[in-house]
Design a protein around this ligand. Structure first.
Ligand SMILES: [Zn+2]
Length: 207
């Protein structure tokens, strides 16, 4: 018995989602086919809306829904936030975990991944250049960034990226403090899964 082409396509596509393998994708597609028409439509609409109505913030790359065609997300537009401190994170979910602590008042920069020792190309896909430009621009506009917190997970890829970024930022030759998360995060642990207390300790103990 052959699985029909549209179902196969669904499985291939959904298997690309982090954490979802072909087995789960297969279960999802058959589950979806058993749902009433309106639920099925809601699924396709929700996916479409999430990708068409959302824009990436021009400064930090956090996805947001522009209300009046603005280019910055809510955090970057918030004047109560400390715009001279940038916390560099791997991905959106890390930002959300840090936001949940309610302790961090600076702004962010989402890299969109980590560097890899085996895949040199990955570096080009990360938002590293925009970060360096953002730092330079802040000095040109006389609103200099004072501190960059490299809040990447203490995994081998995270450490590699931290090392590279630290060098790249220092090479700008600007008066800028570079800090890293302090103790607390277990070695190999990920920022996304750390509880609030651990994250608060790691942020407050940054050096
Ligand atoms: Zn932003």
């Amino acid at each position: 018995m052959e699985i029909s082409r549209p179902i196969k396509n669904f499985i291939t596509l959904f298997s690309k989602i982090p954490g979802i393998g072909p087995r789960q994708a297969t279960r999802i597609v058959f589950w979806l086919l058993h749902q009433p028409k309106d639920i099925q439509t809601e699924f396709s609409k929700t996916i479409e809306n999430a990708t068409t109505k959302i824009k990436l913030c021009a400064d930090c790359f956090f996805p947001f829904e522009p209300k009046n065609n603005e280019s910055l997300c809510e955090i970057c537009r918030n004047q109560q936030r400390e715009h001279s401190i940038i916390c560099v994170v791997e991905k959106e979910t890390d930002l959300l975990s840090i936001e949940k602590t309610n302790k961090y008042k600076g702004v962010y920069h989402i890299l969109g991944g980590l560097m890899s020792e085996i895949d040199e190309k990955k570096k080009q896909e990360l938002n590293i250049k925009p970060l360096l430009l953002r730092i330079k621009k802040s000095f040109q506009e006389k609103k200099p960034i004072k501190e960059i917190i490299l809040a990447l997970s203490p995994t081998s890829e995270g450490n590699l990226t931290t090392y590279y970024l630290e060098k790249a930022i220092k090479n700008l030759g600007l008066n800028i403090k570079i800090t890293k998360l302090g103790r607390g995060l277990p070695h190999g642990g990920e920022v996304e899964f750390a509880d609030s207390e651990t994250l608060i300790n790691a942020l407050e103990g940054r050096k």
